[in-house]
Write a protein that binds this ligand. Sequence first.
Ligand code: KG4
Ligand code: ZN
Length: 350
Amino acid sequence: MALILGIESSCDETAAAVIDGNGATLATRIVAQRIASQDEAHRPYGGVVPEIAARAHVEVLGPMVEAVLADAGLALGDVDAIAATAGPGLIGGVMVGLVTAKALAMAADKPLVAVNHLEGHALSPRLADPSLCYPYLLLLVSGGHCQILEVAGVGQYRRLATTIDDALGEAFDKTAKILGLGYPGGPAVERLAREGNPKAVPLPRPLVGSGEPHFSFAGLKSAVMRAKDAGVHADADIAASFQQAALDCVVDRTRIALSVAAPGMTALVVAGGVAANAALRGALVALAADHGLPLVAPPPKLCTDNAAMIGWAGVERFALGYTDPLDVAARPRWPLDENAAPVRGAGVKA
Ligand code: KG4
Ligand code: ZN
């Protein structure tokens, strides 16, 4: 029976969870979890300040690990392994979580599992839905990443698409900033968009129609800025029109990816912070159905950063015997598909 302590600290959430790999349902798999958001600390700056984030992780993580073990009714010695995000992310924060995990692993003489944060997102749908089998097509949309990948198994990723400029979550966050909605922006844009007309403001759909499934959101962001500066549109109409344009891009790009993916995909899966967006989920359900596939999306709380997904990736890795030495390095950059070629347009000349 694999009980894994999971730790996440790569951005602005400090989180710890105890995951039971033998649980048959989401409810029994997550034995305990805690999460502390740093939103308040970063709000005055309109975005995450790495140094503030790292210090906050230091203050919160130790007591949080003790608390989550107490919630689970366990001692550190009862877990089978300790899994922590080892990258990619803000390196100061990643190091806080990884060094904590190393110290706990050494003190309790337990194996360490170094988890790629993106793998945490990528496998989180399997935590939530035990029936989800490999291989599946994954749309991974967060604040720092915007990719489409074939997921053939643990550590087996083929990237079909990436963004040549901004990530989808970044586009939501920048739109929020332009509209003065504060930080974090994605949920605020989604709320305001519900009150607006998605057809009110003409906005571009970058790369829609192109034969490769890559993304681009920089031009859309600039158009949102011009629409706001024009001073003639209601903010709710700008938010709704932005969200519609962004979702049109995502649906078109994902459709192309479905057409070029290897045969045999069992599902279209969406994960990462932006997967919490209800309008995005609605648009993808229809697209998946067109291709005879189910759409699998974790519950919104498992889409944004959390430690349950890191613990779950730890469960899957540990089950395959993948553990890491105590000198494993924290990695600010760590692509899921290390073989993916740079994309033309992303500063790469043809
Ligand atoms: O996965 P995540 O928590 O952190 C990263 O690894 O980046 O994703 C955070 C991103 C932010 O850009 C946030 O604005 C976006 O996910 N997000 C949303 C929603 N909830 C979070 N974007 C649109 N609609 C939402 N409901
Ligand atoms: Zn994330």
